[in-house]
Design a protein around this ligand. Structure first.
Ligand SMILES: *Cc1c(COP(=O)(O)O)cnc(C)c1O
Ligand SMILES: [Zn+2]
Length: 481
C-alpha cells in the first residue's frame, strides 16, 4: 500500500523565545521576542500526536513518499509533519529544492583522508545553495499568510553574504503576485556570480559599505519599524525548512546514524541549528535510535562560535568578533544571529547522547581553499565552505576528535561555481592582503596558450589545424598509434 495523498495531520506551531521562554502564536509573523528581543524556535504543540506513530511507521511513510507524484511533496515537504504542518497543499512552493545527493568521496580521496567520507551536494539546489530549503518553507508559510490575510503587497527583505539573497530573490520571482524582493549586500563582499543571481531574478539589490553584520543591523531596523517580511534565518520558518537536510541524511543512511559524524560550516549558525534540531526530532519520534556527532567548522578569520566553545564550560561568555577576509565568505560573520539557538541545541544534543556529540573546530584560510581544491580534483563540486568542512575533518582527525572508523558526511553548502573567483585568486596568486594564503605549485592550474591570434591570421584552415595539432603533440608528449 503506497500512501500517495496529501497528509491530513495539522500541527499547532508556536514561537518559543529562547531568552524569556514566552510563547507566541505561529500564525503571526514574528522575528524576535517583543518582550526581551530573544530569538525564536518554532515548536509543535501537537507533537505528542506524532509520537503515537511508531518510528518504523514514519520510516515507511517517508520512504514511500520519496516516490510521491504529488508536486507539493516532492521537495522538503516529503517530511511535511516534521517541518511546517500548518501550510496547505496549495500554499506549498516547490522550486526543485531538497533531495540533493550524498556522494561518496572518490576512493583516492578516501585513501588520502584515511576513512569513509561523503559530500552532500547542497549546490544542486535551484539557486545552488542549501538556503533554498529554508526559503521554500518561509515562502510556503508566507503564501499561507497572504491567502489568509488577503495582503495585496508584501516586501520581503534580507541581508546576505550572497546565497540568502540569491535564494530569496528566486523564490520571490517564482511566487510573484504581491511579493516584491529586496536584498541588502555588503559592497564587494559577495562573489560576482552571487550578485548576478538576485539581479537576474529581478529583485531590488541594494549594496551597503561594510560587512554582513552591518547589513544585518539595517535589515533588523527595517523589520522592527516597517511592514516588511524578514527572510534571514532570524525568521524561524527558515530553520524548519533547513531541518530537511537532517531528515534526508538520515533517510540516505537508511535511518541509522550511529558511527556517523557530520561537518557543517558555521556563519550565522542557522544551518547547524537546523541540523541539530532536525536530528533531535527524529530521535524523539523514534525514527532514528542514535544521534550523529556534529562538528561545526569556523575559519580563524570569523570564529566567534569556536571561541565560545573553547572557553572553560563553567564560565563561557559569548563575544562577537570583527571578521577578517575569508575565502569561506558565505560564513564570514562575526555576530551570528542564531548563536543562542546553537547553545540551546548543543546542550540538548549532549544531554541526549553524551559528551563529544557537539564540537566546533577551527581551520586556517590556507587549509580551507586547499581542501576545496583537493575535493574538486577528486571529482567533487565543493564550494569554499565545503572545503572548510573537509579541512575541519582533517583537523579533527589530527587532534584525535574523530576515529578512523567513523563515517564523515561533509556539507558542500553551495556549488563550486559560485566561488570560482577564489580559485582564480589561488591560481593567479592574486589574493588581496588579509587572506594570508600562499598558493602552492601542486594545486595550481592555468590555461596554456597554443599559437597567437597573429600566427593564426597568417595560416589557412588546414595549416592551422596541422600546426596547432603539432603543438599539442609536443605539449602532451603524444605517441603515434
Ligand atoms: C549561508 C551559508 C553558510 C553559512 O550558513 P549559516 O546558516 O549562516 O551558518 C555556509 N555556506 C554557504 C554556501 C552559505 O550560503
Ligand atoms: Zn523573550
Amino acid at each position: 500500500m503506497l500512501e500517495d495523498k496529501f497528509p491530513s495531520y495539522r500541527g499547532d506551531l508556536r514561537y518559543h523565545c529562547l531568552g524569556c521562554q514566552k510563547k507566541y502564536p505561529g500564525l503571526e509573523l514574528h522575528y524576535t521576542c517583543p518582550d526581551c528581543g530573544g530569538v525564536f524556535l518554532l515548536r509543535d504543540h501537537n507533537f505528542s500526536e506524532l509520537k503515537k506513530i511508531p518510528g518504523e511507521k514514519w520510516r515507511f511513510i517517508f520512504d514511500a513518499r520519496a516516490g510521491s507524484r504529488i508536486n507539493a511533496l516532492r521537495g522538503i515537504f516529503r517530511f511535511y509533519e516534521f517541518i511546517a504542518p500548518v501550510v496547505e497543499e496549495k500554499d506549498i512552493v516547490y522550486a526543485g529544492e531538497g533531495n540533493t545527493p550524498l556522494i561518496l568521496a572518490s576512493s583516492r580521496l578516501q585513501r588520502f583522508v584515511g576513512q569513509k567520507l561523503a559530500f552532500k551536494n547542497e549546490g544542486q539546489n535551484p539557486s545552488a545553495s542549501f538556503k533554498d530549503r529554508g526559503m521554500a518553507c518561509a515562502f510556503s508559510y508566507l503564501q499561507r499568510l497572504i491567502r489568509q490575510k488577503g495582503w495585496d503587497q508584501v516586501i520581503t527583505i534580507c541581508a546576505s553574504t550572497g546565497d540568502t539573497s540569491a535564494s530569496a530573490a528566486l523564490y520571490a520571482a517564482y511566487v510573484n503576485g504581491p511579493v516584491k524582493s529586496v536584498v541588502l549586500l555588503p559592497q564587494g563582499k559577495v562573489t560576482s556570480q552571487q550578485l548576478s543571481q538576485p539581479l537576474g531574478s529581478g529583485a531590488a539589490v541594494v549594496e551597503l559599505p561594510g560587512v554582513f553584520d552591518d547589513c544585518m543591523r539595517v535589515v533588523e531596523y527595517l523589520a522592527d519599524n516597517f511592514r516588511v517580511a524578514l527572510l534571514n534565518s532570524k525568521n524561524a520558518w527558515r530553520i524548519l525548512g533547513q531541518e530537511s537536510y537532517a531528515f534526508e541524511v538520515a533517510q540516505w543512511c537508511d535511518w541509522d546514524m550511529s558511527g556517523r559524524v557530520l561537518f557543517i560550516p558555521v556563519g550565522n549558525a542557522g544551518n547547524i541549528t537546523a541540523v541539530m534540531s532536525g536530528f533531535l526530532k527524529l530521535k524523539e519520534l523514534g525514527v532514528i535510535s542514535s544521534l550523529p556527532r556534529i562538528f561545526g567548522v569556523q575559519s580563524r578569520n570569523a570564529d566567534p562560535v569556536y571561541r565560545y566553545y573553547s572557553q572553560d564550560p563553567e564560565q563561557r561568555s559569548f563575544v562577537p568578533v570583527q571578521v577578517r577576509p575569508s575565502v569561506a565568505q558565505a560564513a564570514m560573520i562575526g555576530n551570528p544571529v542564531s548563536f543562542p539557538r546553537v547553545r540551546d541545541l548543543a546542550r540538548r544534543f549532549e544531554q541526549e547522547q553524551g559528551r563529544g556529540f557537539f564540537n566546533v573546530v577551527l581551520v586556517e584560510e590556507q587549509e580551507i581553499i586547499e581542501s576545496m581544491l583537493l575535493a574538486n580534483r577528486n571529482g567533487h563540486i565543493s564550494c569554499t565552505q565545503g572545503g572548510e568542512c573537509l579541512a575541519g575533518l582533517l583537523r579533527a582527525r589530527e587532534s584525535g576528535l574523530v576515529e578512523k572508523s567513523e563515517q564523515a558526511i561533509l556539507n558542500a553548502t553551495a556549488h563550486a561555481l559560485k566561488f570560482s573567483g577564489f580559485q582564480d585568486m589561488y591560481f593567479n596568486n592574486s589574493f588581496p592582503q588579509g587572506y594570508d594564503i600562499t598558493p602552492r605549485e601542486e594545486f595550481m592550474n592555468q590555461p596554456r596558450q597554443v599559437l597567437s591570434p597573429e600566427q593564426k591570421k597568417s595560416m589557412d584552415a588546414q595549416e592551422f589545424t596541422r600546426t596547432a595539432s603539432q603543438e599539442l603533440v609536443r605539449l602532451l608528449g603524444l605517441k603515434g598509434n
